[in-house]
Design a protein around this ligand. Structure first.
Ligand SMILES: [Zn+2]
Length: 186
């Protein structure tokens, strides 16, 4: 309630499940070692698909950085909640700055469901920076956050109310529902 509708920023949550899925698939794709039945790490055979991965470290990092969280578990949580609450919406507003995850034209509101790591959720324990190639990551992640700010400003200029839901807060379904009601009907 204490928040200005114009700022539109409030915390939201993410389910751990979503994050895990993301990081697990990343590990599986890039790791040259596999675990045997006994649980020990072993080198794969030469014809193993893992051995065919000839990407350099840099290229792999770049690939990973291009993976966009589209249709993620956190997004699905918000979507199904909004649907249950009776709101109608469109997905991935392609013509709008920043391609908001959810667009509610009737309420002139857009919703972003942001991962705390990729979008730099300040003062959040998930907002970490990898130690390996730290400077590169820092530049990239801060770049994401700066771009978010620019896009949100543009959206507000176009008359949209911007709601940012953070992954780490999505577990509190009651709080999330309250927040959405205040933002959309307030
Ligand atoms: Zn967070």
């Amino acid at each position: 309630m204490g928040m200005k509708p114009s700022s539109g920023l409030f915390c939201c949550a993410i389910r751990r499940k979503g994050v895990r899925t993301f990081s697990l698939s990343a590990t599986t794709a890039s790791s040259p070692l596999r675990r045997s039945r006994s649980g020990r790490l072993r080198r794969p055979a030469k014809d193993d698909p893992c051995m065919r991965d000839r990407l350099t470290k840099e290229r792999r990092s770049w690939n990973m950085s291009r993976i966009r969280g589209k249709d993620t578990a956190p997004e699905r949580i918000v979507r199904s909640l909004l649907h249950r609450m009776g709101y109608r919406f469109r997905l991935h507003g392609k013509k709008l700055p920043g391609r908001p995850d959810i667009v509610l034209p009737k309420h002139k509101t857009v919703v972003f469901v942001h991962g705390c790591f990729w979008h730099r959720h300040r003062r959040c324990r998930r907002c970490t920076t990898p130690k390996h190639r730290r400077a590169w990551w820092l530049k990239k992640l801060e770049g994401n956050a700066a771009r978010d700010r620019i896009q949100q400003r543009l959206l507000r200029k176009l008359g949209w109310r911007v709601v940012v839901l953070w992954q780490c807060k999505l577990r509190d379904a009651v709080g999330l529902e309250k927040c959405l009601r205040v933002q959309l009907d307030g």
